[in-house]
Ligand binder design. Sequence first.
Ligand SMILES: Cc1cc2nc3c(=O)[nH]c(=O)nc-3n(C[C@H](O)[C@H](O)[C@H](O)COP(=O)(O)O)c2cc1C
Length: 384
Amino acid sequence: MPHLSECFSIADLRALAQQKLPPVMFDYLHGGSEDELTLRWNRDAFAQWEFVPRVLRNVEHIDLGTTVQGVQVGLPIIAAPTGMSRMFHYMGERAVVKAAHAAGSAYSLSTVSTVSIEDVAAYSQGPKFFQIYAWHDRKMVSDFIERSRKCGYDGLMLAVDLPTLGKRERDLRNGHGRPAVLRRNTALGALSRPQWLFRFLTSPKWRMANMTEHLPHRADALKVIEDINAQFDATVDWQRAEEMMAQWGGKFMLKGIQSVEDAILAADMGASGIIISNHGGRQLDGSPSTLSLLPEIVAAVGHRTEVLLDGGIERGSDVVKALALGAKGVLIGKAYLFGLAAGGEEGVARTYAILRDEMERVMRLIGVSSVSELGPQHVRRVKW
Ligand SMILES: Cc1cc2nc3c(=O)[nH]c(=O)nc-3n(C[C@H](O)[C@H](O)[C@H](O)COP(=O)(O)O)c2cc1C
């Protein structure tokens, strides 16, 4: 098995993560919905753009710093909210928030995290956002908003691409939603991953840490999957989103915008940001790649709200292309989870180091010394 220091790309980290995780966990991390078209398109879209390199431009010093939702970041790559991070490493969200902040970035905590809103805030002081859902249990959602406020989170992200769960067939086969089958399959797979198994057996139970007071079994993650899935509310509409935004009263992003029309509605609503996202290809299969939506959405609302993007980012060059096409910043999900599974906090730090190095290198090679200078003149569609 290679060491972290022998991982030179996100693909290397993915390969190491696969060797360390039980197959059930790797599938959950890596898989998409149905035929995984959108999962692939997210990546493929980056290959449809090439750079317009400029030379002789003094690129000794590269500045990757910017602001996202009013917070200063040292690089425009935010850790996206991902549920249940302790599945991938026993330190889970703690490892990620620490590494993201050490890299100069911001962190987003998922509602379905295995470390609570309060513990994450206590653990690392850097910029952070809380991802929220408009669930059936409005009292619980309202509590989340107040807890985030109390803990000084810098903004909320309302995930709007999940009126119901996508059909993730790897997870169905592995028994997600059927705790007994999941436990059996996880146990069988874990026998071939002794390091992971040891940590699983010797660390505290996984809990839906934000819901220990709201769900049965003190929100034991393996027992409440069905309770969580029952929370997704298909009646959610724009009015409900506005009510949540009004209760919060601060920076408020809609995560999961996938059309120009909805981007305009989000800007009309007064959202401070939108995240073009298809949940990393885990929800609607056949949803467009996020990068292909970016130019039109930026043209429509970029002057009224901050446009961010996630989905398929695995290279520093992907980030540079997204910024050139008008994104204020990007979020990464799988890229840091591969690092987390490969080596905990150090692994996430490796993810950030790889992406930073690649970004700086690309910026030098295209003749741009600061992200604020990036624009559509630096990329064009591949013609050949
Ligand atoms: C394992 C995993 C769990 C996720 N959990 C959540 C979640 O709890 N809430 C949410 O809004 N998005 C969730 N996402 C989606 C991410 O926030 C993000 O949109 C996506 O990962 C970006 O695509 P990428 O993985 O290709 O970078 C999850 C993604 C993954 C891979």
